[in-house]
Design a protein around this ligand. Structure first.
Ligand code: MD6
Ligand code: FE
Length: 218
């Protein structure tokens, strides 16, 4: 049986945490109970701040659609990468971080041993089949002692977790609908990326993968 069918028939079957590094853990299905509340909240966010294709400082248009919610949002343009309190498309603050997402992020961080995590930024990435995210480090946040909580929804993806140098070997980690990845501490600045999304149709999200990364940015 396919994983998506398993999720549908047994949405809260507990699966053990999977440690992928000293301070990095996949919590399989951790977000599933929140999905019925998360999806409508996400629709509201996307209605206020639609997905857009940001341009890298080098002039390349990113394939993955991106938006934000929370006090700060990650933006990229010819000037570089940074967090901004304003959505450059609308000139308004980013949509409010949904309460359910805040709660999910703090409880996932707790489960991973990072107590008291209060995110102020949530990047929302939308992948279509073929879209990938090349190896990068997340280093635009102010406080690297704070973890990152990443929630995967929709089509599954292969996440690549590397080391502290770009050329270090990577491990392949399958992230499915409802999985939460938490990392921080000594692993906070590891290189990571996402392999090209395989074609497919998810029963709730269609031919998309949505990834939410919650950060303490400011
Ligand atoms: C993604 N995630 O899973 C992209 N960054 O689509 C990230 O870039 C990421 O999942 C930092 C921490 C967790 C992540
Ligand atoms: Fe990242």
């Amino acid at each position: 049986m396919m994983q998506t069918e398993l999720d549908l028939f047994n949405p809260t079957s507990p699966q053990p945490p999977q440690w992928v590094a000293a301070r990095a853990v996949v919590l399989p299905g951790f977000a599933l109970p929140a999905v019925p509340v998360l999806l409508p909240a996400l629709r509201t966010v996307i209605g206020e701040a639609p997905f857009r294709h940001m341009v890298t400082p080098g002039g390349l248009k990113m394939a993955v659609g991106l938006t934000n919610c929370g006090r700060l949002g990650w933006v990229s343009d010819a000037q570089g990468y940074r967090y901004s309190p304003v959505d450059p498309l609308s000139g308004r603050p980013w949509p409010t971080l949904p309460e359910a997402l805040l709660r999910l992020a703090s409880s996932a961080a707790d489960a991973a041993g990072f107590e008291g995590f209060v995110p102020d930024a949530c990047l929302v990435n939308c992948y279509r089949p073929g879209h990938r995210l090349s190896l990068h480090q997340d280093r635009d946040e102010r406080d690297f002692t704070q973890p990152i909580v990443s929630v995967s929804l929709g089509l599954p993806a292969v996440f690549l977790l590397g080391g502290h140098k770009r050329g270090d070997p990577t491990q392949r980690i399958e992230l499915r609908h409802g999985d939460v990845l938490v990392w921080g501490g000594e692993d906070r600045l590891r290189f990571h990326g996402v392999q090209p999304l395989k074609p497919g149709v998810h029963p709730l999200l269609g031919s998309r993968r949505i990834n939410l990364t919650l950060r303490s940015a400011g």
